[in-house]
Design a protein around this ligand. Structure first.
Ligand SMILES: *Cc1c(COP(=O)(O)O)cnc(C)c1O
Length: 225
């Protein structure tokens, strides 16, 4: 199916979720996750009107960047190895996976200008998941004040793989609560306005719980390569 056709369906669901939760459509940025698909397919997403693309590996990002350049806003959504930072830092608009000080230090060293970062949080507590424990997030963000190349634009999480709606809501609410805690701290380097949560299976619930960025791969561009 064409991306444009899938987009129609996704867009309808986004708008309905926004309406149900009294939110404006403009509050939610749709990121097409192109990690499974070809450059051609990513280009098709741009032609369908999508402006934000997400990749989770430096190889994938660099290959697509070579062709698409700065046309999309690039989001780095995967766990980022410290030694890969220099390859991607000047190409991306957002890093969604800041989860350790060693990574912050490398970003500080390599970035020519401040870059928007989201702190990845393991809200659900699953062992397989990356990210900080909720209790670690505020101290971590306070520590980031020393790094003037890092803007804490928001928080990111991955929900558990489940159809249990209540479990998903609990996870997304947990991230929203943390965001409010950080905003209350009024840290100049941490406006923390973004909540990156929601993927193909759970983006509707994520929007209802306050997502400002949703990351959709399978349901939008598919998983063929
Ligand atoms: C792959 C991936 C997505 C997209 O997943 P889908 O279920 O295919 O929509 C979103 N976020 C992250 C961090 C990912 O790695």
């Amino acid at each position: 199916m064409k991306v444009a056709d899938k987009l129609l369906h996704i867009e309808e669901q986004i708008q309905e979720a926004c309406a149900r939760s009294n939110r404006k459509r403009e509050e939610v940025t749709l990121i097409a996750v192109t990690k499974y698909v070809t450059i051609e397919r990513a280009k098709e997403a741009l032609e369908a009107g999508i402006e934000d693309l997400g990749e989770n590996r430096d190889e994938g990002l660099l290959a697509k960047y070579e062709v698409l350049q700065d046309r999309p806003n690039w989001h780095y959504i995967g766990s980022l190895q410290t030694r890969k930072v220099k390859n991607v830092i000047d190409k991306i608009a957002y890093i969604h996976s800041l989860d350790r000080i060693s990574l912050a230090a490398e970003i500080q060293k390599r970035a020519n200008e401040p870059i928007k970062c989201l702190v990845q949080v393991n809200v659900s507590g699953e062992e397989s998941k990356h990210g900080l424990k909720p209790s670690e997030v505020l101290p971590f963000i306070q520590e980031l004040a020393e790094y003037d190349r890092i803007i804490v634009a928001g928080l990111m999480t991955m929900a558990p793989l489940t159809d249990d709606e209540q479990a998903l809501r609990t996870c997304f609410r947990g991230l929203k609560e943390l965001q409010m805690q950080i905003q209350e701290a009024k840290l100049a380097h941490a406006p923390c306005t973004e909540l990156s949560m929601g993927m193909s299976n759970d983006f509707v619930i994520a929007i209802e719980e306050g997502a400002t960025m949703i990351r959709i791969g399978t349901a939008l561009v598919g998983e063929e390569s």
